[in-house]
Design a protein around this ligand. Sequence first.
Ligand code: NAI
Length: 244
Amino acid sequence: MPQKTVLITGATRGIGRGIAIGFQEAGYAVFGTGRNINAHKADFSWAKEKGIELLEADVSNQTAMEEIIKKIRTSHGRLDVLINNAGIAANTPASRITPEEAQKIIDTNFKAVFQNCQAYYLAQRKEGGNIINVASVLGMVGTTLASVYSGTKGAVIAMTRSLAIEWASSGFRVNAICPGFIDTDMTGMIKKREAILAKMLEFIPQKRLGKPEDLAGAALFLASDGASYITGQTLVVDGGLTAM
Ligand code: NAI
């Protein structure tokens, strides 16, 4: 059996890194993207040691992302799994968010995800493929300071369903993962404020933030043949937060 390949956007840290390591340990040839990789090579020795190849590309740069997909297909024959993980948030009140800030979140969290799904589909259309989009529980439930972010994540969930239907007959599965509150740089602000963290933990039945590696199992399951009849679905990984 040829080694399976996976491309994970935003794999330099946090959830993307956790998923990348999980797939590497499961035997995949792992490719990840990020910004400023070439300028900070020393910071990514962990990836080199594990044989994970990090490639520099902004997710919203369509040409760069198309080139990366092409490169993987040239070297390995096919790209089995695409995981659209890269994303940004802004802890800004809805009344104060600027048009530029809103646009950047929309471009990164939604437009780039669509572009990458499309580029992957066009490249793999003969072989079929497997897409996993990292959305968020905030695409399902509301909270403060997350208006545009929540909107983009809800849009990713809705788009995932539509792409799953449109591309099912071409042998593609398209699913989403919704993390709850995971211990990464994105939630750094919360951790620094003990009172907010304590309040948040009250609402998480498992009484802890998630770890990046908690997402790897969910992604590996959706990527596996064991999930071959699952498409257009959203798998929530949140320690029970949205079960309340
Ligand atoms: P993080 O901030 O720790 O890491 C984000 C990664 O995406 C980094 O590698 C960063 O360089 C990359 N990235 C951001 N913008 C990019 C761009 N334009 N081009 C290329 N790479 C870019 O965040 P975290 O927590 O690991 O988040 C990963 C995904 O999980 C995001 O889509 C986020 O919205 C989602 N998520 C995170 C949650 C959390 O509690 N941490 C909860 C729910 C969803």
